[in-house]
Design a protein around this ligand. Structure first.
Ligand SMILES: [Zn+2]
Length: 403
């Protein structure tokens, strides 16, 4: 299993200069060869593959000596990235002609986007001892150690964030110590008021960090828009703003990591709604809470952690009326469509349902049903462990209603 460990580097002044230079050279190589490939295609309809580019790069280095000052792997990886960008573009063209795909490879900009370069491991050029990371050309760079980095090193990506911090993403081939097997299963219903409610009735509140940071963001945005273009104050305002955004991202990731790890540890099967987040964000009332909660990132974390620890994440289609169906008997109550109705009594079995918990139980029931169908078992149990066939029961109720 490959795992990336992210650490914050604390390079000294000379190392910072060299990292910036390397990032600059990697960008230069990328843009130079993109231009070359474009020109060759426009004039002679020829393409230049990675191998040909790599040969040209060797020649280029004799011409432009400052390219020799930096890590050679960074430049090679730039060419590989360009090759990948081309490949993605062409395979996208074949797949979907009408859809908007990844687009033609773009020139890399100096500002406004993530700045990075990647280096590979060969002959012990990268090493980690305690809180120091040895990198080609840079030597030993200190970093903040927050976790143990285990496994066989593959490569390292050095990133300079918009806020001016240096981060290393260390990719390792690692054995993951699996969590012990458990028998509990759980369903999650993405809440509107809360982050989600589980089928066991646990309510996870929306993290408050976004709102508390919003004020800060607003004031920094104001300062930035008032500052004169090209001024020192503008640069300062930009950095402050980027740092605040970075801080929010860190808080969010921390929240999501802790939450997803706990769920994976405690449960064997996790059933969730397959939400079209993009569709829901259009609804402005929900927009803030959904974006800030970043459901899709959370689902991604659940999915890869499930792979690590032999758990199952089962998605349930959004067409399933999870809020309206009584989990106890399967009766569909159309009145529950009203979002304001937080609790309801089932007209059929008189079971008292809390809106979100009931929905989470239905998501669990439906998820287990999908899984059972996949292995060939005909029926599924509801969250109480009872056999449930919603379709049949609904028909009965309609008849009772007429009588
Ligand atoms: Zn019922």
């Amino acid at each position: 299993m490959q795992k990336a460990f992210k650490v914050t580097l604390t390079p000294n002044h000379n190392q910072q200069v060299l990292i910036n230079k390397t990032i600059g050279c990697a960008r230069f190589v990328y843009n130079r060869f993109l231009a070359l490939r474009q020109e060759l295609y426009n004039t002679e309809q020829k393409t230049l593959n990675y191998h040909a580019c790599s040969q040209q790069l060797t020649l280029l280095k004799k011409e432009i000596i400052w390219l020799k000052e930096v890590d050679k792997f960074a430049l090679q990886n730039s060419l590989k990235n360009l090759e990948t960008a081309y490949k993605n573009f062409f395979s996208d063209l074949k797949k979907a002609k009408n859809k908007k795909g990844v687009g033609f490879p773009k020139f890399k900009k100096k500002y406004g986007c993530k700045q990075s370069y990647k280096t590979n491991l060969t002959n012990g050029n990268i090493q980690i001892i305690e809180n120091r990371l040895k990198l080609p050309k840079l030597g030993w760079v200190k970093f903040h150690k927050s976790q143990d980095i285990t496994g066989k090193l593959i490569n390292v990506t050095i990133i300079r964030t918009n806020s001016g911090n240096y981060i290393a993403s260390i990719l390792c081939e690692t054995e993951i110590e699996k969590y012990p097997q458990v028998t509990q299963n759980i369903g999650l219903d993405l809440g509107i008021k809360s982050y989600f409610v589980t089928s066991k009735g646990e309510v996870i509140d929306n993290p408050k960090y976004y709102r508390t940071q919003t004020r800060k963001l607003r004031s920094y945005h104001k300062k930035l828009s008032r500052s004169v273009k090209g001024s020192n104050n503008r640069v300062k305002a930009k950095i402050k703003l980027a740092r605040t955004y970075q801080h929010i991202t860190n808080l969010r990731d921390d929240f999501l990591h802790k939450l997803s790890t706990r769920l994976i540890k405690e449960n064997s099967i996790i059933c969730i709604e397959d939400l079209r987040v993009a569709n829901m964000v259009k609804n402005h009332k929900l927009a803030l809470s959904i974006t800030e909660a970043s459901w899709s990132k959370f689902v991604t974390m659940l999915e890869y952690k499930a792979l690590w620890h032999d758990r199952i994440v089962q998605k349930v289609g959004t067409f399933y009326p999870s809020s309206q169906t009584c989990n106890h008997c399967g009766f569909i109550n159309p009145l529950v469509k009203d979002l304001k109705l937080r609790e309801w009594s089932c007209p059929h079995c008189h079971n008292y349902n809390s809106r979100d918990e009931n929905a989470a139980r239905n998501i669990l029931t439906e998820g287990l049903k999908i899984l059972a169908a996949a292995v060939g078992a005909p029926d599924a149990l509801n969250a109480y462990g009872e056999l449930v066939r919603p379709g049949v029961i609904q028909a009965e109720i309609v008849e009772v209603g007429i009588a």
